[in-house]
Design a protein around this ligand. Structure first.
Ligand SMILES: Nc1ncnc2c1ncn2[C@@H]1O[C@H](COP(=O)(O)OP(=O)(O)OP(=O)(O)O)[C@@H](O)[C@H]1O
Length: 261
């Protein structure tokens, strides 16, 4: 196994999440957890509350309920500090700096941990130069780990194939130091070969110890790679279990899997 994938994964646990937008209860008493080396799937019909779950878990929306990382209550911690604890989120829309190359995007993301400073460049130019070279190497390795080959590193994100763009958005969320990754429909718009590539990469991240949560509409992918699944329906947790348990759950079959979507 590629040791670059090794990570000190974390445990994210949410308990009794509740979010209301006026009279609409978008999330009602929802609990789940994901541990190092696990993939948790969140599924449900449109409007079931999946994205709101992420917003609630990352303290980006007003809610009640509890969020814990490694047993520590982080319910009131700002989203930026959660990122420093290793909780990272990749959005469904590929969010890149469109005028920077693929490599520059990666460097921008990892700069806080590995980067150079203006003052340092003026006062200690040689050591800052070494740091810049090191940052670039770390960025190149992070891109290669997500299957983004060197020939794309100097292109703009909009110029690389769509499947590779999806990998780039995961690589950027991962950056360095990610321990828990929240992915929003990572397979959206992907074809067969790209889908297989995505599965392989996610399984490699899991094998390296990362805790991963995926919101996903592609049932094949969810059933294939997840350890546990949360099924949401109209803001409530309809079922929670292994793929096999979910596949045979009568409530799930009736409410979601049985529908033509
Ligand atoms: N900021 C908001 N203000 C008002 N209502 C909202 C807001 N965000 C979400 N909702 C509502 O909350 C419910 C849950 O939305 P959410 O986006 O979490 O669903 P979802 O399961 O992610 O759906 P999809 O699969 O379509 O992305 C929906 O009824 C949605 O319209």
């Amino acid at each position: 196994m590629n040791t670059m994938f090794q990570t000190d994964g974390g445990t994210l646990r949410v308990e009794g999440l509740r979010v209301a937008f006026g009279a609409l209860v978008a999330l009602d008493d929802v609990s789940w957890e994901v541990n190092p080396g696990e993939i948790l799937g969140i599924i449900g019909p449109n409007g079931a509350g999946k994205s709101t779950c992420y917003n609630a878990a990352t303290n980006m929306v007003q809610r009640t309920g509890k969020v814990e990382i490694d047993g520590r209550d982080v319910s009131t911690m700002p989203a930026s500090r959660l990122a420093a604890l290793g909780l990272r989120r990749a959005f469904q829309q590929n969010a890149f700096f469109t005028h920077l190359t693929v490599l520059e995007n990666m460097i921008a993301v990892i700069q806080p941990q590995h980067g150079t400073s203006l003052l340092g460049t003026i006062l200690r130019p040689l050591s800052e130069h070494r740091r810049a070279v090191h940052t670039r190497q770390v960025a190149e390795a992070a891109l290669k780990n997500m299957g983004i080959p060197p020939e794309f590193h100097h292109r703009l994100p909009g110029e690389i194939p769509y499947g590779t763009q999806r990998m780039l958005s995961i690589a950027l969320a991962n950056g360095t130091g990610a321990r828990i990754l929240l992915l929003d429909e990572p397979a959206a718009g992907l074809g067969g070969e790209d889908m297989r590539e995505l599965c392989d990469r996610l399984l490699a991240l899991r094998a390296g110890g990362m805790a991963i949560v995926v919101i996903e509409h592609h049932m094949d992918l969810v059933m294939q790679i997840t350890d546990r699944i949360v099924v949401l329906d109209r803001g409530r947790r309809l079922a929670y279990g292994t793929p096999s348990e979910i596949r045979h759950d009568p409530d799930v079959l009736e409410a979601y899997l049985g529908r033509d979507e």
